[in-house]
Ligand binder design. Structure first.
Ligand code: GLA
Length: 379
């Protein structure tokens, strides 16, 4: 934080008026359900984007990233969708606020992030939500939490051009410390679900496979299209409307075995989220384990979004003592989460590292994740 404030002062010649932050997220369960109007349950990471800021009065935004040392400046006329680079996530938030009719004045912003990038931990949502929180405060905008998440997603979908759902921005904005966020992506109902692995004698280990996400955008868009196509064929607004009772009938009405598998993933994953909420609310953290395992199998076999390194990490973690494990995030690389007995996280992560070394894969990273606070002003 001192570095950030010093960097701000050296850029602008005066102190920031405040420091804000927004977190990355891990999704506990509920993958590729958000854009099907379904359910998911992410929690916020301690890893965050921090922004020191002060207002300007000239509708110019000057932004410095301490991660790459770059300084970019843009004005109102530069706010054109399709901008590339990290600055698009900042400019896109200004654009989305403007599109929604909020008057936003210029600002000086200095930011730094410790959310691992390209790891499926929502580093981009953290950046969007941090900037949105800063601009909402500096301009005294009264925007409800869920509407902030929607504005941040609009930046991502329409300005940056990534066709994501709402989970990541909702997590970064709405999560609270000590809880996972149950999120109904149709009604936008949210519930803070107590999640304290330590109390249950467990830890939630995150292993970053460091697998580069190649073809992620194309594959993600293709999964969305398959789901939309299946919903249209089945005559429902979204796959959320197929329940497990109606699954067999629905599958019988689809000819393509690939589409059948996609539908089965989404329908069973929604059920697993509801089951996970029930178990956590009953204080049964260990009860998550079989749901994590089933979710992984479903992503691997039905939705086909895992890759060999991710499957190896999950299988090795389980063999080394994790009670349940799954890939988290959009897929095709990224991170796995593993529920492990307290004190066993290093041993499990070491086993994954050894299996990766043996298979000739790059070394994975690891950390233990505790559910942390959502976006807000911190100083
Ligand atoms: C990415 C997207 C989210 C969600 C997940 C998969 O993280 O940004 O909206 O679809 O993938 O669950």
């Amino acid at each position: 934080m001192e570095n950030l404030i010093a960097a701000f002062t050296s850029l602008t010649g005066s102190a920031p008026v405040g420091v804000w932050s927004a977190p990355g997220r891990v999704n506990l369960i509920g993958e590729h359900t958000d854009y099907n109007d379904g359910f998911c349950m992410p929690f916020a990471l301690p890893h965050r984007v921090l922004v020191a800021a002060a207002p300007r009065t000239d509708r110019t935004w000057r932004v410095r990233s301490l991660n790459n040392g770059e300084v970019v400046t843009f004005s109102g006329e530069d706010l054109v969708p399709g901008m590339s680079g990290w600055q698009a996530y900042v400019a896109g938030v200004v654009w989305a606020l403007g599109e929604a009719g909020h008057a936003v004045d210029g600002a000086d912003l200095v930011l730094t992030s410790d959310v691992p990038m390209g790891a499926g931990l929502s580093s981009s949502a953290a950046l969007e939500c941090a900037v949105l929180t800063v601009l909402a405060d500096l301009n005294a905008l009264d925007i409800a939490g869920i509407d902030r998440a929607k504005l941040a997603r609009r930046c991502e979908n329409e300005f940056v051009g990534a066709p994501t759902g709402l989970m990541d921005q909702a997590a970064s904005t709405l999560c609270t410390e000590g809880h996972a966020l149950f999120f109904d992506c149709r009604s936008f109902e949210t519930r803070q679900v107590p999640f304290d692995p330590a109390e249950a004698g467990l830890e939630l280990l995150v292993v970053d496979t460091n697998t580069p996400h190649t073809h992620v955008d194309g594959e993600y868009a293709e999964r969305r299209r398959s789901c939309d196509q299946a919903a249209a064929t089945l005559g429902v607004p979204a796959l959320r409307d197929i329940t497990s009772d109606g699954l067999a009938d629905a599958l019988a009405r689809l000819d393509d075995p690939i589409i059948q598998r996609r539908v089965r993933h989404v329908v069973t994953e929604d059920e697993r989220v509801l089951d996970a909420v029930r178990r956590l609310e009953a204080g049964d953290v260990a009860g998550l384990a079989p749901l994590l395992d089933a979710s992984h199998a479903s992503m691997r076999d039905d939705f086909e979004i895992t890759v060999p390194t991710v499957d190896l990490a999950v299988e090795t973690a389980r063999r080394a003592g994790a009670i349940g494990a799954r890939m988290t995030g959009g897929g095709f690389g990224g991170c796995i989460i593993a529920l492990v007995p307290r004190g066993e996280a290093d041993r499990v992560a070491d086993a994954v590292a050894a299996a990766f070394a043996e298979a000739g894969h790059a070394a994975p990273d690891r950390f233990i994740a505790a559910p942390s606070a959502g976006a807000g002003r911190i100083a």
